[in-house]
Design a protein around this ligand. Sequence first.
Ligand SMILES: Cc1ncc(COP(=O)(O)O)c(C=O)c1O
Length: 361
Amino acid sequence: MSIWRWADWIEPVPEPHRVTLGEGDTPLVHSQKIGPAAGLPNLWLKVESGNPAGSFKDRFGAAAISHMLANGQTRCVATSSGNTGSAVAAYSAAAGLRCEIAVVETAPTGKLRQMMAYGAHVYRIRGFGLDPDLSSRAFAVLTAIGEQPEVRLQVSSYIYSVPGMTGVETISFELGEQAEAQLPRSIDHVFCPAGGGGLCVAVARGFDRLVSEQRIDRSPAIECVQPEGNDTMASALRDGAEQARPVTCTTRISGLQVPNINDGHLVVDECRRTGGSGHLVTDEAVWETQRRLATEEGIFTEPAGATALAGCLAAAAAGRIQRDAVIVCLVTGSGFKDEASVDRMLADVECPTISVDDLTE
Ligand SMILES: Cc1ncc(COP(=O)(O)O)c(C=O)c1O
């Protein structure tokens, strides 16, 4: 399968230009232990780590690179905290396009090496992803480069790259089908991790589309979860403010280090319209949830991929969601992406080398 089974619903690309690596159609898994332990019997996990380059951003990569092919553009220039870069690098390789990526200073080595393995030219930009002024300056330079006719600047957000973002909306189309086939009732809440906010907006717009096509009668509440150290939109959304705000980023959760607004104002509008709110979690709560997903559910994710569930558990503990609600948490990326977080998870675990004699004992 691929996102192109939704070809009529996303930014149109003629058939010969559609690139796919088999992205999408990811599983919706019923939580076996974490949900019941939290008193949430209807907790489901949409596991995006099985995508070809290991995260939900592959939906973006497939749509964005296909759109470039259709427009005759040959040079993909992207910014990334890691996963957008891996996705556009993979799809550029498949399509034979040149790919250059400016990454945030703190991007995990695993993500950088993955981009380079696909043949992309990768540059770490000092201060990018941490300091909002430096990040805005980097975006301005890259936007100017993106004005050359053969180039398309790819940033996984609606303010920069609408065609690619329509590929991400396929998450909601799949959830609409999976809800009908697998769930007891329609979905009440979808918890999404948020960095620049594009994912939250894509999920909200995807459900809007399902409502307008009369496939479902109402949208779930789209809930935005951010680490406390990158609170550009979660508090604004929760407290009734109209706009997101830039911050100095202090979180260590890779993928969610986006100090500037990007799609933040859109998130505040669109999540609020669905009845969703904003949720903040500590980095420690994210790492603990990452560990629990692996040991209690068999799901190996990077920290960003555990953030939605961390937010959901905090909301349940604070009585902010009904216990019997039907809840989906997006698990957005693979554990193989961020080795340092796995080292942290396994700090007290040993893997001794033993002899065959020891083995018999
Ligand atoms: C694994 C993962 N989850 C969530 C996000 C957040 O997505 P967005 O920046 O669209 O809010 C990212 C962004 O890079 C990511 O890599």
